[in-house]
Design a binder for this molecule. Structure first.
Ligand SMILES: NC(=O)c1ccc[n+]([C@@H]2O[C@H](COP(=O)([O-])OP(=O)(O)OC[C@H]3O[C@@H](n4cnc5c(N)ncnc54)[C@H](O)[C@@H]3O)[C@@H](O)[C@H]2O)c1
Ligand SMILES: [Zn+2]
Length: 393
């Protein structure tokens, strides 16, 4: 089946890239920012750059982690009032996704959530504004993707939904690694595992191609090499440069090849236990790689060889080695190997199991997973994620 690959038109990357903000055209700018970046002075720097170019600049910094329908609607109401012709998203995935949904709702105020969350059903954007994305974490790849993740908190079991449209791909990305120097070690580790999760899933997706597997391989190589460095020394610019690039190229692979059961389970763990998205992906990672190995051992083996130099003849053995390396990396950045090890109460987990299976089974990433599965499979995978015992069948 033919697949469309869509990437942002302009990407400015490298230390000092933020300065380019001053040159982007737009007379009325709405800066959508993570509130923590205001306390770090990063919002002020961005505003100063924008103001030099003599235009009106307003800031909305009411972004919340893991945005939901309500928080996006609140942000969109601000846009409707201010009528920007340039929207600048500054922050991690939560800020960029908030800005994307705000953008859609601002351009098409009458669009309801049903239509918003129907894949590739949005009317065209850019009638009123363009979008610039400035990532300050290295993880989601939202700056290069045409997706926005929004929690639907209006239903009994909150569920993570995806707004998907090629038009949602930002016009301009400003990837300045100096903005990520302040990311604390835990968020550095979790977001790094989000990058890995995108690369691993894009490598074995039903929609994988030479383009996406090439991107994914490089991303895995960079994360395994540089994540422990950035975790130990957040001010190491070289490590931050490579992790930011890894995040973008894994994001491109993800956007083009889609994801799978690792993310389906991670989304359920995220909404149920309120884990950071990358940490939830790390919890779901090894079990789902082992599960998919039954049908995708060749793809994982190639990834293991090209990215990590794991050169063994037997593909399943390569998968075992890959999983060992992933667990080793978790240990280096203090990510527990199971929910039990993370201190999740066994009874609480048991009570949530049905809900986790239900939410995972509804997740939008299901069709691209290389191996079909049932609710029973999900139960088995979740049991392993709870205990840390990996099952290879
Ligand atoms: N749209 C996509 O393609 C896509 C892909 C993957 C994940 N996501 C979504 O993105 C969200 C997660 O984004 P995230 O992982 O970037 O986390 P985040 O945006 O929620 O930020 C995590 C934390 O890091 C802090 N932070 C951000 N930048 C910082 C900096 N420079 N210095 C210090 N602290 C900083 C924030 O204040 C926050 O406390 C989730 O909702 C997830 O579902 C979207
Ligand atoms: Zn992810």
């Amino acid at each position: 089946m033919a697949r469309r690959l869509t990437f942002p038109n302009e990407i400015y990357s490298g230390p000092g890239a933020l300065d380019h903000l001053a040159e982007i055209p737009g007379r009325r700018v709405l800066l959508v920012a993570d509130p923590f970046l205001t306390t770090l002075g990063i919002v002020e720097r961005a505003v100063e750059l924008l103001r030099c170019a003599e235009r009106r600049v307003d800031v909305y910094d009411g972004v919340i982690p893991d945005p939901n329908r309500r928080s996006c609607e609140q942000a969109a109401a601000v846009a409707s009032e201010l009528e920007p012709d340039l929207i600048v998203a500054l922050g991690g995935g939560s800020a960029i996704d908030t800005a994307k949904v705000l953008w859609v709702k601002y351009e098409h105020p009458k669009l309801d959530w049903q239509k918003l969350t129907t894949f590739f059903a949005l009317p065209p954007l850019r009638q009123k504004a363009r979008l610039v994305a400035i990532p300050t974490t290295s993880g989601t790849g939202s700056e290069v993707s045409y997706a926005a993740m929004v929690t639907n908190e209006t239903v009994e079991l909150s569920i993570k939904e995806c707004v998907l449209s090629y038009d949602l791909c930002p016009d301009v990305v400003i990837a300045d690694p100096t903005l990520t120097l302040s990311v604390p070690p835990n968020v550095t580790a979790w977001t790094g595992f989000d990058v890995l999760s995108h690369a691993l899933e894009a490598s074995v997706s039903r929609f994988a191609s030479d383009i996406t597997t090439g991107l994914a391989s490089r991303a895995v190589r960079l994360v395994v090499r540089w994540l422990p460095v950035a975790y130990m020394d957040g001010r190491n610019l070289e490590a931050r440069v490579h992790l930011q690039q890894a995040s973008m190229i894994a994001g491109m692979a993800m956007a083009s090849a889609a994801l799978g059961v690792m993310h389906s389970i991670a989304h359920a763990l995220g909404t149920t236990f309120h884990y950071h998205h990358g940490l939830a992906c790390a919890f779901a990672m090894t079990q789902t790689v082992a599960f998919n190995s039954q049908v995708a051992a060749g793809n994982y083996a190639e990834l293991a060889r090209t990215a990590l130099g794991i050169d063994v003849a037997e593909p399943l053995l390569a998968c075992h080695r890959l999983v060992e390396m992933l667990d080793d990396l978790k240990c280096q950045v203090n990510i527990p190997l199971s929910l039990q090890a993370a201190g999740v109460d066994a009874q609480r987990f048991e009570r949530a199991r049905g809900q986790l299976v239900h939410l995972s089974s509804l997740d939008a990433n299901r069709p691209s997973n290389p191996r079909d599965y049932t609710d029973k499979t999900l139960e088995r995978l979740l049991a392993g994620i709870g205990s840390g015992v990996i099952s290879w069948d």
